[in-house]
Structures are given as structure tokens and as C-alpha cells.
Design a protein around this ligand. Sequence first.
Ligand SMILES: [Zn+2]
Length: 335
Amino acid sequence: MQSPVFIAKTRVDPGTRAILHLPVAGLYTHTETSMPVHVIHGRQKGPRLFVCGAVHGDEIMGIEIIRRLLKLKKIINLKGTLIAVPVVNVYAFVHHSRYSPDRRDLNRFFPGSENGSLTSRLAHSFMEEIVRGSDFGIDLHAGSNHRDNLPQIRVNFEDLKSLEIAQAFKVPVVINSATRDGSLRKAAAKENVSTVLYEAGEALRFDEVGIRAGIHGILSVMAGIGMIRSFSKRKPKGETLLADSTSWVRAPVSGILRMEKPLGARVTKGSRIGFISDPFGSGEVDIPSPVSGMVIGRLNLPLVHQGDAIIHIAHIDRLKSIEPAIEDFREEFID
Ligand SMILES: [Zn+2]
């Protein structure tokens, strides 16, 4: 039997679930503010996993993933503890913005400090109450600034424990991504909390395939670390591809973009991925792919300036296995 867990000075007994309110700085409207936290504390011992969304306030995919996850019967009798935080940056979320009202990116301010800026204090509270003491973490994100992402996991390949979770997530592609200073992943790693980042869809939008793949991925991870029983009788059809590096293709000229490659498409070096023209259709400029790989992110807004990042390509050698894997993946989650 587990011992009770204490979060935000509230006791949660084993075999119970609770919604807690982690106090954060109030608004200047005299409105009190808190970060809502859902705790499911199992009766039996097991790992502690945190799952969080909206570290970037406009990336709302994670909120829907967590809402649906918490309704599932599969997680009622889990072993260990699940801590779900749908909205981490509550201030940015209210403003439909990636950034906090003090114009800072929360994902550059971890682990934060008690006496720092508004954003830094928020990071500090989250680290102290949620991350510290956890064993594993899943941080849910979406593409920013009109960019749409294929469901993917970002993880540091050198961190083998995190890589294992990344593969357990069962998305088409796992990308090697070194942790940046101030990111939640880096701060969590320092506390020995193996954390992966899930990217899917676009900011301020819900993407059904990305939502379902996210829920499925979290459950797969929970099964992998022994929190729930293995739940899927179907064998995953497509293997997960590991990509060691990625490239952003930038607009060669300013103009109106026609993108010809969807997310998940295979591209070969030199093949056309789209073209840019002026509003009259003249002066068409082809955009060749600088590398061979798979499209994992793309700009949905067709209005571009020279130098804008328009398409994100994962460098993958095993190209042949990409396309069937992507089709299987879509079929599985659209059904
Ligand atoms: Zn993000």
C-alpha cells in the first residue's frame, strides 16, 4: 500500500483521486489564480508520472488529451500515481498566447525561482510541487505560429531511460532533440525525472488524430512502466522510426506558398516540396527539399516572407518503411 501524497499542502490518500489548486500569483483584477492539478493516487505502489499541457499557453492539444485520459476506466485502478496538469501556464492560456504576460517563454525558465519574474515563479511552483518527486514526465505541445506537426516524440537519445518511454509511446517518429537551457525537459532530467515531449497538431486547434495518438501514447507508456495492464491486443503495425536530426526548409523568396507535401510524406533530396509565386501567379519559384526524409511539420499559412521556416523534415535513412507506417498509423487513429 502506498503512503498518502501531499501536493499544494493537500493530502491525497491511496486509492483516491482529487482535484487540487496550486496557488500562483493572482491577477491585477483582484482575482485569485491557481493551476488546476488532477491527482490519481493508486492503492498499490508504483511509479509517479506527471502529464502536463499548455506550458505554451496557446498549445491546447494537451488539454483535450488530458480531459479524455482522465475519463478512461483503464486508469481507475492504476499502480503508483498519475498527476495531470492540463494548463501549466494559466496566464498565457487566458490570453491565447504562447508567452506569459511578462513576455517570457515559460519553457525557457525552468527550474525557475521563488523570487524571480512572474514566469520564473510559475516554473518554480511547478517544479517543486509536480516534477520533483516524480519518476517520469510527459510534456504535451503543438506546433506554434500556424505550423502543424505530425504526432512525434522529442527526446534526448543519450538519455536511455527517456528513450525507452519515447519508443513505448508508439508514434511514427521519435526525434533526437538535445535539451535546451531553461526547458522543462532539462530541469526534469536534472532531478532524475525522465521526461519526453509530445508534439502534435497546431496551436489553438484540436487535431483528432493527434489527440487520439496522444492518449494512446500515454496509456502505452503507463503500461510500459507498470502503472496499468497492457491494454491493446492489436500489435502495432508500423515501427517507430528514430530520427537523429531534422532540418527546417526556409522560403527562398517572399510570396504565396503552395505546399505540395502533406505531413508524413516522404521526400527525397532535390524533389519539389512546393512553390512560391507572387499574387498574380507569375515568378514561380520551386522549393526543392535539401535532404531526404519525412515531413514532420509544415506551415499552414500560405503567406511567407523570404527566410520563413516552412517545412520541417526528419532525416531518416530507412525511407522505405516510412509510408506504410504512416498509413497504418492514420488508419488506426481515424477508425
Ligand atoms: Zn510548445
